[in-house]
Ligand binder design. Sequence first.
Ligand code: SF4
Length: 375
Amino acid sequence: VAALTEKTELDKVKEAIADPNKHVVVAMAPAVRASLGELFNMGYGEDVTGKAYTALRELGFDKVFDINFGADMTIMEEATELIHRIQEAGPFPMFTSCCPGWIRQVENYYPQYLKNLSTAKSPQQIFGVATKTYYPAIANIDPKDVYTVTIMPCTAKKYEANLSYNETNGLREIDAVLTTRELAKMIKDAKIAFAKLEDSEADPAMGMYSGAGVIFGATGGVMEAALRTAKDFVENKDLKDIDYTEVRGFKGVKEATVKIGDNEYNVAVINGAKNLSEFIESGKINEKQYHFIEVMACPGGCINGGGQPHVSSEIRTKNDYKKLRASVLYNQDSSRSVAKRKSHQNPAIIKMYNDYVGKPGEGNAHELFHHIYEK
Ligand code: SF4
């Protein structure tokens, strides 16, 4: 809604960077790399991942990680939860829970489905938990000194970061959230010539990510990422056929039947909050047994989120900007070898689980990375 604007947290972030006692960690969401270039006259569909990392370092952040690592963490937990629900016969359908807009929709309108929400925390919050637990442990820093900033395509992520249950060991998981537009303003205020920056890499400990992590930013991406891991886990194989094209694209409701192990499961991807209301209120949700449903509130997913660059009505009619933004994410995914396209094969994820967390869905991981939604 163009008449509304986000409550800016730019001053808080600048103060934290200037504070010598704070260790300021930053990470951008998948969709940000697909649109930030638009605010520097670089056109649509330009992948600016490497330039964004360089800009964040020039702005003074101490550690540049990536929310795609958090997306891989969410998949480790969500795919494991799906397998548990399969073993325990429900409750079905399991709904994704990484979109705070959708969570609010359930809380307000469909509380009967709260028990169906995946308990895995969203990529933003699960990443925040790791910055206040795992990262201080490996970097030998007091968790109280870590200040975590995310760059999000989403204004609802500011609301999510502020929820009282999104605290770990008495610390906020995410200290401040900037939108894509706010990051562009910060870069412009610092007079950084963004389009001319050299590319650089994220810091590897929590900056390495899989193709599954990056496609989270487009509708259908969370479903595809989760299926890649759930099928490998159940079938105990390194499957090569991992493109779930039925759940890609911008249709309002996308459906597929997927074989996992010996059984078939019905999945659906709901693209946009309005389509979700229609899906439930028309009774379509009861027409068959759905096992897993992805919902993203913004049409197109986070690439079209409320914190992304505004798009003029002329562009909306002339240019398929959502498709161009999504192409950045799918190109990153498809340009990788199979081993780098699955969350559970991300070496930095494997290291974190082996060295610190233990098995997904159990013990430490269950304690730290999950939230049970209640009325
Ligand atoms: Fe935020 Fe929209 Fe993405 Fe949901 S779909 S997380 S509301 S940007």
